[in-house]
Design a protein around this ligand. Structure first.
Ligand SMILES: Cc1cc2nc3c(=O)[nH]c(=O)nc-3n(C[C@H](O)[C@H](O)[C@H](O)COP(=O)(O)OP(=O)(O)OC[C@H]3O[C@@H](n4cnc5c(N)ncnc54)[C@H](O)[C@@H]3O)c2cc1C
Length: 476
């Protein structure tokens, strides 16, 4: 009863049928197993999916763990509208509105399996929706475009991404033979989807990751529970180990114990440190390491990018793009767009858009006006209906929309990591190599299971890093 009250205070909607985490330890990776005898302590930097899962595994093994999180809430790039009290009234949606990660990839992936183990209601996008593709300012299904030769070539290119075996070039170079008319379409499904644009994204690195990926890749959303709530619920057992509002500024690992300094002037000692901050934070040297990180790591970082990213959520009074439309591909200002309510609500009138790379930089400079840019493009495609049906504030007539500019979030500074032209899984592997037996790295960018850039990648990296930490303790 007390636990239920505590979860309620966290804003967690406990749905009927959920199974408490401690009842499921036998089906998860963090089966407590034998305790690991260790007099020292492990400090984890970052309370996103990777940090929480790493803490959960080590805590279950009896290791003394603490998590330092710079921000004021848990979840990192998993952030749901429901937990943002200042914004919540902006959307009228009666289903979970996500401001970060939204789609779960793989019914048999790490995150997919967790969700199903806990009997969280899910919404299978493959069965409730069909994708729409924009070409010549017309949005149609794959079947409807079938007879268009350019469309067929573009989709052939996208569908065969995994089989790419050409040189290590950008996606734009590899797609140079395709007609200009399909370039937005291909950019939205490849460049933007994997974190940037075709001009920056390395096609060989993406293909290599897709070949390595082990799950079925099926896409689903959570039917009634916000993703952030489920994440916090799943890792409830480490909640009390998290210290919020603690931005780490330096880590001195020559000393024994390691000394971690935060922006509040606090100092914390640790025997081992796991760093799970986003790649952009490391690339921009926002945490200073003493001594500096090995050159193999900086070299690897040079082959990976993490670009600007923005999530825009727009409510309409009418669904003018189709009740069964799921993803809508091919927009220039709305490159990765999902009809967020599909399969979840009869009020299926919300578009959720993720913009990455140079386009995100361009729209970010427009501030709130970016929504007008998106509406204008939608108007061209859907005969003026976007401006006509967009929800507005009754008093001010202002368009109601949510913008989360992830590139401007102090402790994230971008979307998710991606390979540059010469980037490969070996770079991600190099990022995850422990420095001595003291400094360890996790987070989506260090994933080598083919799921970098996603929640699955973050969780897989936690499994890998905790094995490294435990090995450094037991010597086995
Ligand atoms: C717009 C958008 C849409 C996405 N869509 C999807 C999707 O549909 N499906 C999917 O699977 N994935 C999606 N992703 C990617 C997914 O959200 C991430 O891959 C995953 O959440 C990363 O988890 P992480 O633990 O590696 O990093 P994070 O979640 O970023 O956690 C790192 C934590 O470190 C903290 N931190 C940073 N600096 C410091 C410091 N100096 N001191 C202490 N703490 C610090 C940060 O505040 C953060 O909480 C999306 C991401 C974005 C931005």
């Amino acid at each position: 009863m007390k636990r239920r009250k505590a979860l309620k205070q966290l804003g967690l909607g406990l749905s009927a049928g959920w199974v408490m985490p401690h009842l499921l330890t036998s089906c998860s990776k963090d089966d407590p197993g034998p305790e690991i005898p260790f007099d020292g302590n492990v400090v984890i930097i970052g309370a996103g999916a990777a940090g929480l899962y790493a803490a959960d595994i080590l805590n279950a093994k009896g290791i003394n763990v603490k998590i330092l999180e710079a921000g004021s809430q848990v979840g990192g790039r998993i952030r749901s509208l429901r937990n943002q009290p200042d914004l919540i009234n902006i959307s009228a949606a009666d289903f979970p509105v996500e401001l970060g990660a939204e789609v779960v990839y793989g019914t048999d992936s790490i995150w997919g399996t967790n969700i199903q183990n806990f009997r969280v209601a899910t919404n299978d996008l493959e069965s409730v929706s069909s994708d729409q593709f924009i070409l010549d300012n017309l949005a149609k299904t794959r079947d409807e475009w079938e007879s268009d030769g350019d469309f067929a070539s573009a989709q052939n290119f996208v569908d065969n991404l995994m089989g790419y075996s050409g040189p290590a070039v950008t996606a734009a170079t590899a797609a140079a033979g395709l007609p200009a008319r399909v370039s937005n379409l291909v950019n939205s499904q490849i460049g933007n989807f994997y974190g940037s644009s075709n001009a920056n994204l390395g096609i060989a690195g993406v293909a290599e990751a897709l070949q390595t990926r082990a799950h079925d890749g099926k896409r689903f959303t959570l039917k009634t529970n916000p993703m952030q709530d489920f994440l916090i619920f799943r890792f409830d057992q480490v909640r009390e180990l998290i210290q919020l509002n603690t931005p780490v500024t330096s880590i001195n690992y020559t000393s024994n114990p390691i000394v971690i300094t935060d922006a509040n002037g606090g100092q914390i000692e640790a025997s081992k440190v796991i760093v799970t901050v986003p790649l952009s934070i490391l690339k921009k040297n926002l945490i200073s390491f003493s001594p500096g990180l090995p050159s193999a790591m900086s070299g690897a970082m040079g082959n990976l990018g993490m670009d600007h990213s923005i999530k825009v959520v727009i409510d309409f009074k009418k669904n003018f793009w189709g009740e069964t439309s799921g993803f809508i591909w091919g927009g220039s200002s709305f490159p990765t767009c999902i009809s967020a309510g599909v399969g979840r609500s009869e009020f299926n009138q919300t578009m959720s858009i993720t913009i990455n790379g140079p386009k995100a930089v361009e729209l970010s400079a427009q501030g709130a006006d970016m929504v007008n840019t998106i509406l204008a493009e939608l108007d061209t495609i859907y005969g003026g209906q976007a401006t006509q049906f967009v929800r507005r504030d009754l008093n001010t007539d202002q368009v109601l929309s949510l913008i989360l500019d992830w590139g401007k979030e102090e402790y994230i500074q971008g979307g998710y990591s991606y390979p540059l032209a010469s980037g490969s899984l070996s770079d991600r592997e190099a990022l995850g190599v422990p420095v001595g037996d003291k400094l360890f790295f996790a987070g989506e960018a260090t994933d080598v299971s083919g799921d970098a850039g996603t929640i699955n990648g973050a969780l897989a990296s936690a499994e890998r890093v905790t094995e490294q930490v435990i090995k450094s303790i037991t010597g086995e």
